[in-house]
Design a binder for this molecule. Structure first.
Ligand code: ZN
Length: 221
């Protein structure tokens, strides 16, 4: 019988994965949060993840994935590569890390199976398409099939944010009672500034635009 009381959340400590965590906490009896140390420039990201997990009493695991940085150095891991402010005309943005979501989800799947858990939750979204191929629904479905075949197990990769944009993500957090937690405790900024962030990197712009739209819709400012 499938264990539908427990789930594993791929947890970076950012807005989307924290909203996923809040969502999962309402839906499951036990939630595991798994973060990855991939040599990201901003170790603060892992610190945010740790603090949020602690706040909710969630069992939190940080797995070593520094191998990723060894294989594919990029602007999120290296200080000498600056993050592109705008999307490139073609190809993937330089903040894209080759293989990241595939590796993260594969390792989380092994982690989940060891605990008899089938449900894996990730905050990827195709709506605010950032040019990351591994955030697309088609990729998630394909990997889900592959993981099931690889481990002869019925994983369910669940993507609550797949078809919603940043404004709706704020709305979801608010409905889950976590608006302030997302505002204050998460780190989304490519320049490693917690909460409101630097204000000018692509992640901050997207986050703020969504927030302003949501607040405008609520009749607040
Ligand atoms: Zn920023």
């Amino acid at each position: 019988m499938k264990n539908k009381d427990e789930a594993v959340v791929v947890f970076s400590g950012g807005q989307d994965s924290t909203t996923c965590l809040l969502w999962a906490l309402k839906k499951y009896k036990k939630v595991y949060a798994v973060s990855f140390d991939y040599g990201q420039r901003h170790v603060l990201e892992l610190d945010c993840a740790k603090k949020i997990a602690e706040k909710f009493g969630v069992e939190h695991h940080i797995l070593d994935m520094t191998l990723l940085n060894q294989l594919a150095p990029n602007s999120l891991t290296r200080n000498d590569i600056t993050v592109d402010e705008d999307a490139p005309k073609s190809g993937t943005p330089n903040s894209f890390v080759d293989g990241r979501n595939m590796l993260f989800l594969s390792f989380v799947a092994v982690f989940a199976k060891q605990r008899g858990v089938t449900d894996i939750i990730t905050g990827v979204s195709q709506s605010d398409y950032s040019g990351y191929p591994d955030c697309r629904d088609v990729f998630i479905k394909s990997l889900n099939t592959t993981l099931n075949l690889a481990m002869d197990y019925e994983f369910d990769i669940i993507t609550p944010m797949m078809w919603i944009d940043k404004m709706e993500t704020w709305k979801m957090a608010d409905e889950l009672g976590g608006l302030d937690i997302i505002r204050e405790m998460t780190l989304t900024c490519y320049n490693g500034i917690k909460g409101e962030g630097c204000g000018h990197c692509p992640a901050c712009k997207l986050r703020k635009k969504g927030y302003d739209l949501y607040m405008a819709g609520k009749g607040e400012k």
